[in-house]
Design a protein around this ligand. Sequence first.
Ligand code: CU
Length: 326
Amino acid sequence: MRISDGRFGAFALLTGFLAGSLALSSPAWAKTHDVAMTAVETDVVIEGNGEKYAAWTFNGTVPGPVVRVTEGDTINFTLTNPATNKNPHAMDFHAAEIDFLKNYRAINAGETISFTFVAKKPGIFFYHCGAPPMIQHVARGMFGAIIVDPKNAKAWPKADREYVLVQSEFFKNPNDVQAMFDRKYDNVLFNGGIFKYHPFVTGGGKLDAKPGERVRIYFVNAGPNEFSSFHPIGEIWDNVYESGNPTNKLTGVQTYVVGPGSAATFDVVVESAGAYPLVTHSLTGALRGAIAVLLVGPDAKPAPLMPMVPWKVTTPQTEITPVPVQ
Ligand SMILES: [Cu+2]
């Protein structure tokens, strides 16, 4: 550029100034969120009869808390691994684009790690612990979902009702890492429970909706190994958005495959009242726990994004005795 030219010089100064301003400050619509999680090694209820499991968790629940931000937002994340824990833990956000070695490294009990990222792409993303053996940390419950809403809310139709469903495999013996490598799972879970949203099973709940509502399911497959073949029995997905990005839009889909470590957003407009089980059509998974019944009726009440209401315990709770590692 010829800086001797007055007009070019002024233009260069102006664009340089604007570029500098943009680099120094976030766009006006972007927010900064401080997100803190704690690795908690604790027993959690995994079945409607009160059965408990020696889980490893983020914040004491399986899945961990849903994180929700908007495209362009900055997340200052902190993970604490309390001194009372026995194992190293870590955090890997699929919504982030940052160095893995530095940010996703495992920290020992008694340590804390912090990192910052900008959620640049809209969608539904997996998060999980990456401490070795990662297959065990995921299988025992260290996973969750982060929703990055598009900054343009009109990028897709407005949803009348939203749910988050996270699928995962359950291994009865939390210490049998070989079973995890051999894919010898005992159950498949939605949101950390066996038939958690199946109203005909002891202690089971449901997902509510009203006729005509556009129900949006943010679906994450935590794995660790199996593919999900997500299907609404009695319905057809009006739209499926790969990775939950409004740009990745499919229409009129019966079943959509979500691999382990992946996610998609599913819209269904249910025309008439009734029961519509949402399943993985990999039937060995559905029949071992991965059925969530969408109960559609005019009296449906508002519901949280991820219903985690404690299950009604109808039988005495039993503890699972940890088995030593082979
Ligand atoms: Cu962990």
